[in-house]
Write a protein that binds this ligand. Sequence first.
Ligand code: BGC
Length: 376
Amino acid sequence: MRSRRLALLAAGLGLTLAVSACGANQESPQSNDDQDSGSSSTGEGVPVGVILPETASSARWEGFDKPMLEAALRAEGLDPHIENAQGDVQKFATLADGMINDGVKVLIIASINSELGGTVAQKANAQGIPTIDYDRLNLGGSSDYYVSFDNVKVGELQGQGMADALKDKPDGAQVIEIEGAPTDNNATLFYNGQQNILKPLYDSGKLKLVRSQPIDNWDNQVGGTTFEQIFTSNGSKVDGVVAANDGLAGAVITILKKYQLNGKVPVTGQDATADGLKAILSGDQYMTVFKPIKEEAEATAKLAAALAKGDKAAADKIATDESDDPTGKRKVKSVLLEPFMITKADVKRVIDEGYVKAEEVCTGETQAACTELGIS
Ligand code: BGC
């Protein structure tokens, strides 16, 4: 009964996803045929629910998180039920209700926004189901555990990338910042990290901030049009663009191409997606941030296994870091993993670690760079 309901839910959702898949950053690094459907439960092991937020904001969710969470949870003897809400808050809530009613033993939440994630966690917790905030911390939420990366460090790597790329420019090099969703706590942390590096450079006059603009829902297309407006109202001048992830970077690069400025204006990114890495190889993007999501998925699975057994002591041994929730005025036990800067010289690492295939990034104009860097 339980698995039939989940199967029906997955089938219904798959249909919706097939028509709504249309992000600017759609080419997923590990796209597979079941990209559009929820994970199929084998019915073996302890059922654990995972709700992912969307697809269009980044290729990571379907390309990395979904398959890696599925494998990691199974390796812990759990039975994953993974769904993606496709950016639809109503769908997110419905999926959560379904999983709670079906009696999942742990609920893993990567929410569209904090409020929604917090509400879902509260509902689950009220039914005695422990929750883990995954990648995005729900401010004011009730989950006892959080697994992510050091997101301030992610921002610092982006800020450092921009500083490095513009170091030989005369003083006053002009920077536009295209930031993530204001409702995503990560976007705030990325911004804070960037400012740790860039603010002193703005203050000294080495760099000049034209404008910093958050983009609702991390919408890649809106990121591109917003960048174009800021750029043209600045007399079509820009020396560098801080883009908060590879999806936004891709949209910015599309606009830079229109003005024959791609390759001349460094752009930052994040997620080490196939598109991002390809843009780095072609010279259109300066850097990305590689977050080894396999580690994020494995830490989450280990925590989930401990919580499914009701073993809080084991869970506490895994979540030895702490995150600040300023809204809830509390600290949340966390696993915070290390992110890495990837410039052209480091692209090979992401391919060697199996996140992206060489044939996804080495085509046409990037083939020479691949040969030079030994990527095959
Ligand atoms: C994630 C990033 C991702 C962005 C858009 C953030 O919360 O940490 O990896 O690029 O959301 O999906």
